[in-house]
Design a protein around this ligand. Structure first.
Ligand SMILES: O=P(O)(O)OC[C@H]1O[C@H](OP(=O)(O)OP(=O)(O)O)[C@H](O)[C@@H]1O
Ligand SMILES: NC(=O)CC[C@H](N)C(=O)O
Ligand SMILES: [Mg+2]
Length: 503
């Protein structure tokens, strides 16, 4: 889950793209990049770090032009080198750049085909560079010096035929426009909107609607699964369905954890979905333990707050902010290494003792993935004097790897994999553990938009909506992306062989 944005305006876009990336920062904390276009010239700045660290005034001044794309990265393929920060660039045809959220599951075979058949060289292990080159090849096949929106849509159709997996992307065609497109299952989110300018409208496509809101854009619509939205350099906008058989099957984990609560994804308010998750979980608690002795409900900040609040309301129990979050520490789950994640929980959260002493506390989190947070937080609650520590997860047990843009590729790193609920409770040290039922989670989200035919629930079920994910593939990514493999790569020297970058 990276964050992407593309803007076409009648004035400079550098500051708007920067602001949008800051708002999407929760989707990727490892690297950031902006590419802008002025006439036939492209300007790029990308590097590892948070948005505020990557772009200094001198970079911003050089990012000229009234059209551009941006990216915040949470790597799920390749390595963490700044050379794999995005946007990516390829010079032919026309000078193309691309920013991608998601993960291709057939990147390796595509890479071979690109080399053998399309005569294209890929310089990194990033699947996003593959995606860009497939798009480039499909556009090149049109064989035109001057293209129109139909050519762009035909190229997106070509991408849909060749690429498998999850991709929400913005691609910029030098001097011509920005196209935003989403894979035929719509796994990762993408919305677009407009803002009035002196001549017409500025257009923006972004991962989440909160980026539109904050910059004064009104939401037009979601980019539908398989659809492409072309934002012309001349201020025009055209949309087209480019997939033969699109199906609405977005990732449910966006609603559990990834997205901001103030976003609306596929017409579902994330905030309301989380409230409904809290309500359903409270009802399950009442069914399973009508005689419970919970004194107080305490969320584990940040993401679980919304669900925990409604859980407490439904149970009719006090809701208390017993943990205070250090606002300067980012999200721990999307940090690159387990050591860093472990250390960050303690730096990030601190208990207010009076909310715990001699009480039966119910801690609520949105999900338990590796168990890093829950293990430590339960101990902190005990250290603060809690009599009993109960734990509720607003999502079902996460038992299977994600292959669509969330970096949890190794089943053995998941605390719920191969364990019963009782065993998980023992592992994390909870006196009682309760998980949301999958049907209740699906219902909580679907209620916001009954047109969604199914959700990608693969982390809970092991069923992958796009197909193309078999045991061999899962073994392969496990070897590439386990914590141990990543640690080895981190120690290796990453020479940055890059095209021009505004350092
Ligand atoms: O079981 P784990 O592997 O610890 O993963 C799950 C935890 O990680 C996330 O929090 P995070 O700190 O990333 O972000 P938040 O502040 O948005 O809750 C999530 O909200 C859970 O608290
Ligand atoms: N989380 C994502 O969306 C990652 C995008 C891409 N696969 C990368 O690793 O850079
Ligand atoms: Mg959390």
């Amino acid at each position: 889950m990276c964050g992407i944005v593309g803007i076409v305006s009648n004035g400079a876009v550098n500051q708007s793209i920067y602001d949008a990336l800051t708002i999407l920062q929760h989707r990727g904390q490892d690297a950031a990049g902006i590419m802008t276009c002025e006439g036939s010239q492209l300007y790029l700045r990308k590097s590892n770090g948070l948005v505020r660290d990557v772009f200094h005034t001198r970079h911003m001044l050089r990012l000229r032009g009234k059209m551009g794309i941006g990216h915040v990265r949470y790597p799920t393929a390749g390595c963490e080198s700044s050379a794999e920060a995005q946007p990516f660039y390829v010079n032919s045809p026309y000078g193309l750049t691309l920013a991608h959220n998601g993960n291709l599951v057939n990147a390796e075979s595509l890479k071979k085909n690109l080399f053998r058949e399309d005569l294209r060289h890929i310089n990194t292990d990033s699947d996003s560079e593959v995606l860009l080159n497939v798009f480039a090849h499909e556009l090149q096949r049109r064989g035109k010096l001057r293209i129109n929106a139909d050519d762009v849509f035909a190229a997106v159709s070509g991408v849909h035929q060749r690429c498998k997996g999850a991709y929400a992307a913005v691609a910029m065609i030098t001097g011509f426009g920005v196209v935003a497109f989403r894979d035929p299952h719509g796994v990762r989110p993408l919305v677009y909107g407009r803002r009035k300018n002196s001549e017409g409208y500025d257009y923006m496509a972004a991962s989440e609607s909160v980026a539109l809101d904050s910059l004064g854009f009104e939401l037009i619509d979601d980019v539908r699964p398989g659809e492409a939205v072309f934002l012309g350099y001349d201020g025009s906008i055209v949309t087209r369905q480019c997939a033969d058989q699109p199906s609405y099957s977005p990732c449910i984990f966006e609603h559990v954890y990834l997205a901001r609560p103030d976003s609306i994804i596929d017409n579902v308010s994330v905030y309301k979905a989380r409230l409904r998750m809290g309500e359903a979980l409270a009802e399950k608690i009442e069914r399973e333990r009508p005689q419970h002795d919970i004194d107080v409900v305490i969320p584990i900040p940040d993401t679980s707050r919304t669900a925990a609040l409604q859980l407490a309301n439904t149970l009719g129990i006090k809701y208390r902010e017993g943990f205070i979050k250090n606002r300067y520490i980012g999200r721990t789950f999307i940090m690159p290494g387990q050591q860093q994640r472990k250390k960050s929980v303690r730096q990030k959260l601190n208990a207010i003792e009076l909310e715990f002493r001699d009480k039966n506390v119910m801690l609520v989190d949105d999900s338990i993935v590796r168990g890093t947070t829950s293990q430590q937080i339960i101990q902190m609650a005990r250290d603060a004097g809690a009599r009993n520590v109960y734990f509720a997860s607003a999502a079902p047990p996460v038992r299977y790897p994600n292959v669509y843009g969330i970096d949890m590729p190794t089943k053995d790193e998941l605390i719920a994999h191969g364990r019963t609920v009782e065993q998980i409770a023992e592992e994390i040290g909870a006196d009682w553990l309760v998980f949301q039922a999958l049907d209740d989670l699906v219902e909580a989200v679907r209620k916001g938009n009954p047109d969604i035919s199914e959700f990608d629930c693969s982390v809970f079920t092991g069923e992958y909506v796009t197909g193309g994910v078999d045991a061999e593939y899962l073994d392969h990514i496990e070897q590439l992306r386990s914590d141990a493999a990543k640690q080895d790569r981190r120690l290796a020297d990453h020479e940055v062989i890059e095209l021009h970058n505004n350092a």
